[in-house]
Design a protein around this ligand. Sequence first.
Ligand code: SAM
Ligand code: CA
Length: 243
Amino acid sequence: MAANNEKKEQNIHLPHETILKSDALHQYILETSVFPREHPCLKELREMTLTHPKYMMATPGDEGQLINMLIKLINAKNTMEIGVYTGYSLLSTALALPSDGKVLALDVSREYYELGLPIIEKARVAHKIDFRQGPALPLLDELLQDEYNKETFDFVYVDADKDNYINYHKRVVELVKVGGLVAYDNTLWSGSVAVPSDAPMTSYVRNFRGHVIEFNKHLAQDLRIQICQLSVGDGITLCRRII
Ligand code: SAM
Ligand code: CA
């Protein structure tokens, strides 16, 4: 009985950053395939994040599982994340990396990162993380000034300000190796990309909808990359650099 109440509680607080229109189906995926295999520190970080007023920003568990799998599949060692928040995707990344792997983590807010940091430390993976506070664009430009940084990243996860995604792509595509992978999050933007502009939606969704639509077109025309749009989470587009 207590376990049932706990499940109902999780339902109420479930982050709805997901494109699946059935909460029951998303909950089924989480309960069947994600939560039973979730690292205890990821669970702790996820539950801690649910108490934060902006918990809706967090990467959902099924997407964290996907990131972890992708990193292992491509044997990624040198990675980057743009948009950390409390660190669910960052911890998923750090746990997937080998002991000498690295993730360069960029966010304007150190405060958010520090909420999750004690849990990341408990998971014994903090040594893999190089956190840099600040707007990501100038940080990426700084990296690009050094030729040695070009074509060095195996995996990049982008989950920050959607109106800058085209600007991030211009830079990130030069930093990732040929054969490396870039994953852009929220590319289906609550499904708003596929409905008329006068359809009902929150002003937050409306404000960035045009940017996400432009970004998706931009990726489709970029012949340096192979792309694959997944409907996991709020939509995630995988880009493999081919030239
Ligand atoms: N990946 C995170 C997770 O697993 O929970 C969620 C990231 S949240 C959707 C977006 C993050 O991007 C916020 O933490 C925000 O502070 C950060 N952000 C927004 N604009 C930024 C910018 N210009 N440069 C760097 N970070 C930015
Ligand atoms: Ca996201």
